[in-house]
Write a protein that binds this ligand. Sequence first.
Ligand code: MG
Length: 372
Amino acid sequence: MTTTAALIVAAGRGLRAGGGVPKQWRDLCGQSVLARTVAAFSAHPVIDQIVLVLHQDDLHLWTDTSITVVTGGETRQASVVAGLDAVTAERVLIHDAARPLVSCAVIDRVCKALDAFAGAAPALPVTDALWRGDEMVTGIQDRDGLFRAQTPQGFHTSVIRAAHASHALPAADDVSVARAAGLDVAIVAGDEDNLKITHASDFARAERLLGMRMDIRLGNGYDVHRFGPGDHVMLCGVKVPHGRGLQGHSDADVGMHAVTDAIYGALAQGDIGVHFPPSDPQWKGAKSHIFLRHAVTLATDMGYAISNVDCTLVCEYPKVGPHQPAMRAAMASIMGLAADRVSVKATTSERLGFTGREEGIAALATATLVKT
Ligand code: MG
């Protein structure tokens, strides 16, 4: 099998997009531009290796040790050369870090064209009329045969490495380096969404495009535990003194169970009973944070971030209000969320029903998960 690397060039200092940091480090819907760009390639089955070229001053900002990080040079071309030195795959796709919305289809088209050509790159035909001018139109430029170039620009690694080695002058991109070395470069269909983030308006457009793609999931959870002998209850991770305890196979934290089931529900992955069967003695008396932590890890593994959870406890006593801040903090800590994304509230049931008769406590919860 042919091996393919993605070489992501992220050593630029471009500040034109605003925000005070180079654009590749700016947040784009909850992840840095660069993290999204890397994820686009790491998710593609054809990519065997990712080489990331960073500016000397930014090396500490990248913490994922699973990909190769190289220090860039003075120019983009020097950075590409440094990155090519670290490529071990037979083919390389050289990509701008500022194009985080590159699709699998574009990557596929470049790879397929490399079966027949030394180089291939995506581009879009120019469809707008082209004018020359300053404040006034001074001429018309024929747009026939003109393309807007995109990345990734793909090459057989050995030939682009040799082309860069023999190319002394600054180059607009890697296709121009390849052409100067006499290589054939095929044009494959680009994608309007594969935009290069340069200005603040590009961020706004990228956010709109991501917003349309965003996968948002809701889940609900409901749990009840019966009162029995005891001197406290565990509610949302907090030990609350009470004249009775809650009965259950685990520590009977009814609120945390409802939240955990809401997360499993959003993922369509069953409930606590599926993952931690009551018939299994190892979960007897288990701390409920084990269940919640498992649900959060499952969400992360499936590519979801928890946006918020909301839990309602239904009981006459104990009074929940004084413990709410501690409950929110405890659950936020277990889930790795900010406390302002975790709500705990309580209601009585007006002395009606089993909760009204103080036979037990019920809890309802909702969780919102967003694909990252
Ligand atoms: Mg339960």
